[in-house]
Design a protein around this ligand. Structure first.
Ligand SMILES: Nc1ncnc2c1ncn2[C@@H]1O[C@H](COP(=O)(O)OP(=O)(O)OP(=O)(O)O)[C@@H](O)[C@H]1O
Ligand code: SF4
Ligand SMILES: [Mg+2]
Length: 424
């Protein structure tokens, strides 16, 4: 998919200051007492032909964002433009023609397919809903779609329970592609699948993009999957986009401290780097509640670079380099946005930095050592080397879960996909 990037002057989808607040109501009168600020003012473009990856911890608003841009949810604020047309508040009938162009693939291939309908009924539903009669008839179109996604067209009359998880996801993909959409939003398309199947589905999405000229927004918490599929990546934290740039810049030189912490947990699928020591930043504490997010920069309660200004002023998402947008007062690899505000906070307990030896099997790994090289060392609690060794021993996973790191199994897939992919 990364080979698909094209630059189009007009974005396919333009999202401006999009907001979704879910009201919390209480009492007999069901008065609104608060709101879950699931998406709280995000702006980005999706260019025709590209894959935009969206990552972030659980609960940061990724799925809500996906449902907003496919108009399965009504936005609380902001605007959405598809091919230059404002679709923010279109009603059901006005949205119908647009539904052909924008489709969604859901995370769970088990619950997203009606168990009482045959595959033929499921995949042909979009034709019926839109009143479209494809050339050669619906049955032939459905069978062609089943072949396209690697399923046996003869299985037209089978039920979802007769298929494996990966095959069910292929059925979901066939349904999404029935009307040849322009934009496909895939919400965690492989996370419910067995590791060995994930690579197949990722590669299928990749091939279909080539074949049908699709544009993807792919939501995932697995950074290795996102790395494989994306041209550009948006990193979300508590309802906000904190960094948005191309894949290479994000993985090689992340500028937002949160992204840096996320990236530090990604295993490097490079045999030449066996034994290379690197630091993992383990964020402490839970993600704050989206009902009352922290003032200023929402990440300041967990950020080792936080200063006073971070607590009071929200950093805007701005381009600090060409094509690299960051929302941070004190970004990595760039001059501070707020000169003179560089004294680190006394929040020394907010992160841990552990030194881990990447990509080395446990039996040959030397006990990992604690390093003191990082700037973060001075503001971080450094764990004992025994703990670091444990981190290495456990294939770099358990602790990383704190910051949505992929599990070792998860990690194995995308590196596999990268190697398996004919394009990479
Ligand atoms: N219909 C709803 N009503 C109330 N709150 C909701 C609703 N849908 C989502 N939320 C809340 O909005 C926030 C964002 O949820 P969302 O599902 O978008 O997160 P996510 O990033 O997709 O998480 P995950 O990675 O776990 O799927 C969460 O706090 C969630 O509880
Ligand atoms: S604005 Fe401040 S708290 Fe937020 S990420 Fe940047 S340095 Fe950390
Ligand atoms: Mg989700």
């Amino acid at each position: 998919m990364p080979t698909q990037s094209t630059s189009s002057p007009e974005p396919l989808l333009k999202v401006d200051n999009l907001v979704k607040h879910f009201p919390i109501k209480k009492g007999l009168l069901q008065r609104q007492v608060a709101a879950v600020k699931a998406v709280d003012g995000i702006s980005f473009d999706v260019r025709a032909g590209e894959t935009l990856g969206v990552v972030g911890e659980s609960g940061c608003g990724k799925s809500t964002m996906g449902r907003l841009i496919t108009r399965l949810l009504e936005p609380t604020g902001g605007t959405l433009e598809f091919e230059g047309k404002d679709i923010t508040h279109l009603g059901v009938s006005a949205m119908r023609p647009m539904r052909r162009d924008v489709q969604m693939i859901f995370q769970d291939p088990y619950s997203s397919l009606n168990p009482r309908h045959t595959v033929g009924t499921i995949v042909s539903a979009p034709f019926k809903l839109q009143g479209v009669t494809p050339e050669g008839g619906v049955k032939k179109a459905v069978q062609d779609l089943l072949s396209l996604v690697g399923l046996n067209p003869e299985h037209y009359n089978r039920y979802p329970h007769e298929f494996s998880g990966g095959q069910r996801q292929r059925i979901g993909i066939a349904r999404a592609l029935a009307l040849r959409p322009k934009l496909v939003v895939a919400d965690e398309p492989v996370s419910a699948l067995d590791v060995s199947i994930q690579a197949q589905v990722v590669n299928l999405l990749d091939d279909l993009q080539d074949e049908l000229g699709l544009t993807y927004v792919i939501i995932a918490h697995d950074l290795s999957v996102i790395r494989h599929v994306s041209d550009r990546i948006a990193v979300m934290y508590l309802g906000k986009i904190v960094e948005l740039t191309d894949r290479k810049s994000l993985y090689e030189a992340p500028m937002h401290p949160y992204t840096k912490a996320l990236m530090s947990a990604v295993p490097v699928p490079d045999p030449r780097r066996r034994g290379v020591k690197s630091e993992r930043i383990l964020l402490q504490g839970d993600v704050p509640s989206p009902i009352s997010p922290p003032s200023g920069c929402r990440f300041h309660t967990r950020c080792w670079k936080a200063t006073q200004v971070c607590k009071t002023q929200e950093p805007p998402l701005i381009a600090l380099k060409t094509g690299h947008q960051v929302a941070c007062h004190h970004p990595e690899n760039a001059p501070d946005q707020v000169p003179g505000e560089t004294v680190p906070a006394a929040a020394r307990e907010v992160v841990q930095v552990v030194s881990v030896t990447k990509a080395v099997p446990a039996e040959v790994a030397e006990p990992a050592e604690v390093t003191e090289s990082s700037e973060a060392t001075e503001v971080a609690e450094v764990v004992e080397s025994a703990e670091a060794a444990e981190a290495t021993d456990s294939s770099e996973t358990a602790d990383g879960d704190d910051i949505a790191a992929p599990s070792s199994d998860d990690a194995a897939t995308p590196s596999g996909t990268a190697e398996d992919s004919p394009k990479e």
